[in-house]
Design a protein around this ligand. Structure first.
Ligand SMILES: Cc1ncc(COP(=O)(O)O)c(C=O)c1O
Length: 426
């Protein structure tokens, strides 16, 4: 099928009139390489079809929620069965208790669970609970880490006041000295240390957590009576069948979850230890859709697959197959690639590509060959992918390297310069 985008272009034009900038937030393709479709028609397993009918092997997985495949039959059956009997009701269903039981059984540090809709709800509740528990204000966070789109954490400063960002001190991820310095600066006012499970910031190489850094964060919280928060919204259940910092032997007091916990159905969660139970019970936290039963039923079905299948080992093996194949192809074509982070959460950037020009051309060429990659955000491997899907991506990547090689000198990507100005200059 010949790649076209006439329907997408027409929708974008209509959107310009009725949606600010035609689209907003992280799913806007404004900053992606040319031709990335904005609007999609359907999704199944590891694949996605745009409104023009172009099919893509989707390495973004909805920016994380798709863990077992789009439209997974068992998970969706649980969702629709529950929804037919009642979803958003005047109170929660039985599934709320069952899901809290299942999550606290699955995640070692957790003694209780609270449910909400978005990752931002969960990280914001974590912040409030830490302040309520300690009766202190200052939170120490890693520079550049994403924790959501509320005024306290949104990356763009438009619409945000100094007061929204008060009582925050930043450290460098994995840097014990800078963490200690931030905690010293907090003095007697430390409420929490916030950590991403891995450094999965955009535009920069990913980093696994140094166990010494993770352990020091735990010690510092204990010394100051503060809470340690791990934000597992993006990586949760993709690195471990437990909180991701179980891999480095560190238990947080609170962990925030979302995305993959219900394979795309809208629910997020905050899990906590007994130490934080009373503080959690005495903040006011709620939302009209937070107690809907059907996403909870979907999450329960997802957790059964997490506990009972080899999805984790498979996504790691598929990620490693992709990584090895890309390294081999890049070397053959004379390119250096930086593939960072865990293999199942790949981030792929070119060496010697400060202006992202090579990356953008390569990603565009992949898109035209039916592979949806992202040039500067970590991607995701889902358990519905197969070895032959990975090989399909590798064949497309091989062709895409040829396109970059044949291109000659490239112009810097102008739209990214605009983004960096917005972030730095805001
Ligand atoms: C680490 C992390 N925390 C929090 C969030 C916010 O989640 P949501 O977009 O569901 O509000 C995200 C979203 O990408 C995330 O990656």
């Amino acid at each position: 099928m010949v790649w076209t985008n006439s329907k997408d272009s027409a929708l974008r034009e209509r959107a310009q009139a009725v949606i600010p900038m035609g689209m907003y937030g992280h799913q806007s393709v404004m900053l992606l390489p040319d031709d990335y479709p904005q609007f999609f028609d359907r999704a199944e397993g590891a694949y996605l079809w745009d409104v023009d009918g172009n099919r893509y092997l989707d390495f973004m997985c909805g920016y994380g929620p798709n863990l077992f495949g789009y439209g997974h039959a068992g998970i969706d059956q649980a969702y629709f069965d529950r929804a037919r009997r009642g979803d958003t009701m005047t109170g929660p269903g039985e599934a709320m208790v069952e899901l809290a039981e299942a999550l606290t059984a699955q995640v070692t540090h957790a003694d209780w669970a609270m449910f909400c809709k978005n990752g931002t709800d969960a990280t914001t509740m974590a912040l409030m609970i830490a302040r309520n528990h300690t009766k202190k204000s200052t939170v120490v966070l890693a520079k550049g880490a994403y924790h959501g789109a509320a005024p306290w954490c949104t990356p763009l400063k438009n619409g945000v006041t100094k007061a929204d960002r008060a009582n925050q001190i930043f450290y460098e991820y994995n840097d014990v000295e800078s963490l200690e310095a931030a905690v010293r600066e907090a003095g007697g006012d430390l409420a929490a240390i916030f950590a991403s499970p891995i450094k999965h910031d955009t535009f920069v190489d990913q980093e696994l957590p140094d166990p010494a850094y993770a352990r020091r964060a735990r010690e510092l919280c204990d010394e100051h009576g503060a809470l340690l928060i791990v934000d597992d919204v993006r990586a949760g259940f993709r690195l471990a069948r437990d909180c991701s910092w179980a891999l480095v032997g560190v238990k947080p007091d609170l962990s925030s979850w979302g995305k993959a916990i219900a394979n795309g159905h809208p629910i997020s969660a905050l899990l906590g230890s007994d130490a934080a139970r009373m503080a959690a019970a005495t903040i006011y936290a709620t939302g009209s859709y937070w107690f809907s039963a059907a996403p909870m039923a979907a999450s329960l079905a997802t957790l059964k697959l997490i506990a009972g299948t080899d999805y984790l080992e498979r996504t790691i093996a598929l990620g490693e197959r992709l990584r090895a194949g890309l390294d081999e192809a890049a070397a053959r074509h004379g390119f250096g690639l930086r593939q960072t982070g865990p293999a199942q959460l790949p981030l792929i950037m070119f060496d010697d590509d400060d202006t992202s020009a090579k990356g953008y051309l390569w990603n565009n060429a992949l898109l035209k060959r039916g592979v949806y990659f992202h040039p500067w955000h970590n991607m995701f491997i889902c358990a519905a992918m197969t070895e032959s899907d990975i090989d399909f991506a590798l064949t497309a990547a091989d062709d895409a390297f040829k396109v970059v090689k044949a291109s000659g000198p490239l112009e810097p990507v102008a739209k990214l310069q605009f983004l960096h100005q917005m972030v730095d200059g805001a």
